[in-house]
Design a protein around this ligand. Structure first.
Ligand SMILES: NC(=O)c1ccc[n+]([C@@H]2O[C@H](COP(=O)([O-])OP(=O)(O)OC[C@H]3O[C@@H](n4cnc5c(N)ncnc54)[C@H](O)[C@@H]3O)[C@@H](O)[C@H]2O)c1
Length: 204
């Protein structure tokens, strides 16, 4: 069984009490992951806590139900940064620490919409998730010779705050009815994909 110590990073306004999940070892940090200074400060704090990074997961993301007609440049930049810039800044800092230790894995949260386009407009979200897929493929080529894998999980509809915030309760019900499996994915489904372990050991 894979045992891991969880380190959670979120915006100060969103960070939840991980103690409630019964994970006494978990470390909780807050940072705006779209900004270089806070990301560097975060990784320095991890160094000071003598944390060894094994599986960083770039999970931060944001969506907003807007079409191209009501999308401001600020909104475009904000959503793109939450989805894409955060992954770049965190992957860069993580790679600097992981590059001489084969066996690490970096995981990005992409999306089904990155392949097939987003619902209801969501141009910024759809484009940034397509970007995450390209980012993953390219970074994987840099990281593989170091024995580090880089993969993206591209979920369909996952039952989270984001889904309700962007589609509303009725909208989510209608979307769920279109899922062939008859249910939305759960966060546990996604976590199970994140802890997947490649069978073949990475090159050293
Ligand atoms: N819910 C879905 O149906 C679905 C489908 C495909 C992919 N995804 C992706 O999964 C990931 C998790 O999404 P979720 O559904 O749990 O959404 P969520 O809104 O519940 O969680 C996203 C988290 O990212 C954090 N975040 C946003 N901007 C940040 C920033 N600048 N710095 C630090 N943290 C920031 C938010 O505070 C929030 O806690 C996202 O990348 C999302 O795009 C979700």
């Amino acid at each position: 069984m894979l045992r891991a110590r969880l380190i959670s990073v979120d915006l100060p306004s969103s960070q939840r009490a991980l103690e409630e999940l019964g994970l006494p070892d978990a470390l909780i940090f807050t940072a705006d992951l779209t900004r270089e200074g806070p990301v560097e400060a975060l990784f320095t704090a991890l160094d000071e806590a003598q944390v060894t990074l094994d599986i960083p997961v770039n999970n931060a993301g944001a969506a907003r139900p807007e079409t191209i007609f009501d999308m401001s440049l600020d909104s475009w930049n904000e959503i793109s940064a939450a989805n894409l810039t955060s992954a770049f800044l965190c992957s860069r800092s993580a790679m600097q620490r992981m590059q001489h230790r084969p066996g690490g894995r970096i995981i990005q949260l992409g999306s089904m919409v990155g392949h097939q386009g987003a619902l209801k407009g969501h141009l910024h979200y759809g484009v940034s998730k397509s970007g995450i897929h390209g980012f993953t493929r390219t970074l994987a080529r840099t990281a593989a010779p170091m024995g580090i894998t880089v993969n993206a999980i591209a979920p369909g509809l996952v039952e989270t705050d984001m889904l309700y915030a962007t589609h509303g309760a009725e909208g989510v019900k209608a979307l769920e009815a279109r899922v062939p499996l008859g249910r939305l994915a759960s966060v546990e489904d996604i976590a199970a994909a994140a802890v997947y372990r490649p069978r073949t050991p990475p090159p050293t």
